[in-house]
Write a protein that binds this ligand. Structure first.
Ligand SMILES: Nc1ncnc2c1ncn2[C@@H]1O[C@H](COP(=O)(O)OP(=O)(O)OP(=O)(O)O)[C@@H](O)[C@H]1O
Ligand SMILES: [Mg+2]
Length: 495
């Protein structure tokens, strides 16, 4: 029942830019493959071709030995090939059940059978472990929940070949564990799975074999067993990757307070949160999904209602009304939701970068030369890979969008920088670059706050880590207590 796939010299051009340079490899049925590669290597593009969302510019695709060219994702789905997108593909204004059955509505005679769809949806939600009413609108879900709906939707399509493009980027360890159990069961049923991820520990855990791409080419494949993570990283990047974290700099004893928050409360999310961060300090925020970290900072900059709380920036009271107001006072917040709140995906890279600081370029006409220079500098400094600097943000690969968002939020030259999941979806090499960038920002005397679900990253980067659980601050751990065990114990309340 499962599918064998062969890519034969697949090429893909977007206009003048070639992003796949003749990729050939095959996938045997009933296995779990890890597809690895740096940001922009072409993983998503190749899988979109397999799943009918893109067509190859040249080359052939064989399914079970037959040449195929799908003229759309429905044709691929009919052949049992389903892709779970890296960027969500859900209709926000529709319910969970409507999304799961979108385009495949269950009918009774002429009528859409809502009851049957609700019941079916419930069953798939149970499989992915999402305890939500199927009538809930997707726009009312948090990011991790949307990801689970994407997976439930794919399950409803009864795939024989299931491609997952970074499905766990937003999931908690427990949700990831449940997903892996599900993948193992699908494999036992004979389904072929392709798993794309930058989380190499997960690749090691769940895949049978890894396939590595670099710069639009196939470079290597290997059984997962016996392949060390370090080797995976080296294959992806094409060189030795070492020393992920720079040495921490001591925060000067007399460093002034950059941000002080007293008794911040956000109805339904955060209760009486107080903390402070000094110039030159990197402060982490750990906690499980739903602990209230994102909501606390959204409220801080006026994206959500605060019911109480006093904020001081550089020693002066600041009642921040909205993100622009916060930016003017020297604080920027990079949202974890880069597509929704971080970037304007339909604008080009340059407009994205200069949007927050337009007045800098208007004298009164926009100084295009200066804006262009800002773009080229940012591409270079942040290692943003694009075949065409004039393209729209949506054309960038997932990880490169993340780097662009980071570049954009640093343009205003803030003194306090809040980064929410800054390395989500970025490859090992780029992760390292971001860690060194954070280090550099702190060494320039800025205060950096990092919200992250990757404990290794918090431990490697931060001087102190605040741990939240269920909307309250549990503890703040200093350098000598920063271990995974301590962080988990406080985050889960098992301390
Ligand atoms: N619609 C498009 N138009 C133009 N260029 C595109 C388009 N889609 C992708 N690209 C380019 O193709 C290249 C490969 O992108 P792709 O999304 O396949 O990378 P990826 O390996 O999935 O990376 P990531 O790990 O960041 O998700 C990138 O340089 C990207 O900018
Ligand atoms: Mg991708």
């Amino acid at each position: 029942m499962s599918v064998a796939v062969r890519f034969d010299d697949i090429r893909k051009d977007f206009g003048p830019v070639r992003v796949l340079h003749g990729v050939s490899f095959d996938l045997a049925p009933g296995r779990i493959y890890g597809l690895l590669g740096e940001n922009g290597a072409g993983k998503s593009t190749l899988m979109k071709i397999l799943a009918g969302y893109e067509t190859a510019s040249a080359g052939a695709l064989f399914i079970d030995g037959h040449a195929q060219q799908f003229d759309g994702s429905r044709a691929a789905e009919a052949a049992g090939i389903v892709l779970i997108h890296q960027e969500f593909n859900l209709a926000e204004h529709l319910s969970i059940a409507q999304n799961i059955y979108l385009g495949h509505e269950k009918r009774r005679g002429w009528f859409v059978d809502d009851a049957a769809m609700r019941a079916g949806a419930e069953q798939f939600l149970a499989q992915v472990g999402l305890a939500r009413d199927p009538d809930t609108k997707v726009r009312d879900l948090i990011v991790a929940e949307k990801q689970l709906v994407e997976i439930a939707k794919a399950l409803s399509r009864r795939a024989r070949l299931l491609i997952m493009d970074e499905p766990t980027a937003t999931l908690t360890p427990a949700e990831t564990g449940r997903l892996f159990a599900l993948m193992t069961k699908l494999k036992a049923d004979g389904v072929t799975l392709v798993y794309i991820s930058h989380k190499l520990d997960e690749v090691e855990r769940i895949t049978d074999e890894v396939i590595v791409m670099r710069d639009g080419r196939f470079v290597a494949r290997s059984e997962t067993a016996g392949l060390a993570r370090q080797q995976m990283a080296n294959l992806m990047v094409g060189r030795e990757v070492s020393d992920m974290f720079p040495d921490k700099l001591a925060v000067p004893a007399d460093a002034p307070l950059a941000l002080k928050v007293d008794g911040l409360s956000v109805p339904g999310w955060v209760d009486n949160l107080s903390f402070e961060v000094r110039a030159g300090e990197v402060l982490g925020f750990a906690g499980l999904v739903g602990a209230g970290r994102t909501e606390a900072f959204e409220a801080l900059i006026g994206l959500r209602r605060r019911s109480a709380g006093r904020i001081e920036l550089a020693g002066r009271a600041a009642d921040l009304k909205n993100p622009r107001d916060a930016m003017r006072r020297g604080l920027t917040y990079l949202s974890e939701d880069r597509k929704g709140k971080g970037l304007h995906v339909n604008l080009n890279l340059q407009d994205n970068l200069t949007l927050m600081t337009l007045e800098r370029y208007a004298h009164p006409l926009i100084d295009l030369k200066a804006a262009r220079k800002t773009l080229l500098d940012a591409l270079d400094e942040f290692g943003i890979r694009t075949g065409d600097p004039g393209s729209r943000a949506r054309m960038l690969s997932g990880g490169n969008q993340q780097k662009l968002a980071l570049a954009k939020f640093l343009q205003p030259n803030p003194n306090v920088i809040v980064l929410d999941e800054p390395t989500r979806g970025v490859d090992v090499g780029a992760k390292r670059d971001i860690y060194f960038l954070i280090h550099r920002l702190a060494s320039q005397g800025r205060a950096v706050i990092v919200i992250s679900s990757e404990l290794i990253e918090l431990i490697g980067l931060c001087h102190r880590v605040a741990v939240m659980r269920a909307g309250t601050l549990q503890t703040t751990l200093g350098l000598d207590h920063l271990t995974e065990e301590e962080l988990i114990a406080h985050a889960t309340g098992t301390h």
